[in-house]
Write a protein that binds this ligand. Structure first.
Ligand code: FNR
Length: 341
């Protein structure tokens, strides 16, 4: 097995092992105000929305995880089958491995094979050659391309990049790729200043990828033999803080919340804080690594629970969630005061 493929296997195993071990994404520090007289009824239609021109059954999707190894094939097949059955989008893990190892493509192509009509996103790293990025989108028949920003992960990887000049290549990729581009973090969070830079440069679909869920500094530290960089595990911006900060920038944008989201209330709170969609990775991996049926049940439960919350909070459609009132615990309140000023 190649070093890259081996890494993919280790990411799956370690992410699964660390799941929920240190959840600090701040959702427990924001409280929604619930109407005692909701004047609404539970309906699965209340959570239906659209993305990239396609109707989807819920505002959440399977976020980027894997591809490029033996287990990746099995996991991606189950994720794709569940995404097709439940009509939610699915992102593949980074396909940059295909630049060097084209025979690994089977574990990526399975997503479209199992889900001919659904939304499939390809994913590359920010240094990928633009021409390769375009070929990947074509080969995987992707509806959108995610480009991940993962400087902290790279820093902890002994074999990782050490040059983080990425913006010019992001623009070069956009020049040649003809599907929408989603810029995403991988669990350390996008801060307001970087978000502003991305928006000024016309990258308008942003997955904030906050901390408090899967932590790639933790995962890569576990893979490191010596000089572990533990202090990098704690430098992220929590998912809720990334959302609060994004609200301070008065520019049209499509915000995706992600990072440690594992239940319907966290999905709902993300929408209240202005996200249009919610990306969920490790929570779905827990089921996908068991079997297809448990993954499907998990998605169905999440949908039902989200429609329940929609009714309980007195709205007919999740698009109205951002009108719901909330209050913040003191740390979040402090954060908003310092970020806004
Ligand atoms: C990821 N994630 C990820 N992101 C990305 O852009 N490209 C990738 O290849 C991967 N690979 C990957 C592997 C595994 C096993 C996991 C669990 C995650 C990051 C993922 O998309 C997401 O941003 C973070 O995991 C935070 O979300 P969760 O896991 O806390 O829901």
């Amino acid at each position: 097995m190649s070093q890259r493929s081996q890494r993919k296997e280790e990411h799956l195993a370690l992410a699964k092992m660390f799941f929920n071990s240190n959840k600090t994404n701040d959702f427990n520090h924001i409280h929604l105000i619930r109407p005692a007289l909701p004047e609404s009824a539970v309906s699965e239609n209340s959570i239906v929305t659209e993305m990239f021109g396609k109707k989807i059954s819920a505002p959440f999707f399977i976020n980027a995880m894997t591809g490029g190894s033996t287990s990746s094939y099995t996991i991606n097949k189950r994720l794709a089958q569940a995404a097709a059955k439940e009509n939610i989008p699915m992102a593949l893990g980074s396909a940059s491995i295909l630049e060097k190892e084209v025979d690994q493509i089977k574990s990526f192509k399975i997503a479209r094979q199992e889900n001919p009509d659904g939304l499939v996103f390809a994913n590359v790293n920010p240094t990928t050659n633009p021409k390769t990025a375009k070929e990947i989108v074509g080969a995987l028949d992707a509806n959108a391309l995610q480009i991940h920003l993962n400087s902290v992960q790279e820093a902890v990887m002994p074999e990782g990049d050490r040059d983080f000049h990425w913006l010019d290549n992001l623009k070069a990729i956009r020049e040649v790729v003809d599907v929408p581009i989603i810029i995403k973090e991988v669990g350390m969070g996008i801060d307001p200043e970087s978000l502003r830079t991305l928006l000024i440069n016309d990258f308008s679909i942003i997955d904030l990828g906050g901390s408090g869920g899967t932590n790639f500094a933790q995962i890569e530290n576990e893979r490191r033999k010596n000089q572990k960089l533990m202090f990098l595990e704690d430098i992220g911006l929590s998912t809720v803080k990334t959302l609060l900060a994004a609200r301070t920038i008065p520019v049209n944008k499509t915000i995706i919340a992600a990072g440690g989201i594992t239940n319907a209330l966290d999905v709902f709170k993300s929408l209240v804080l202005g996200a249009k969609y919610v990306g969920i990775a490790n929570y779905f991996l827990q089921f996908a690594s068991q079997d297809l049926d448990s993954l499907i049940v998990a998605i169905q439960n999440l949908k039902y629970e989200l429609s329940l919350l929609t009714a309980l909070f007195g709205i007919d459609n999740i698009a109205e969630a951002d009108e719901i009132k909330y209050y913040l615990d003191i740390d979040l309140y402090n954060f908003t005061k310092q970020i806004y000023n």
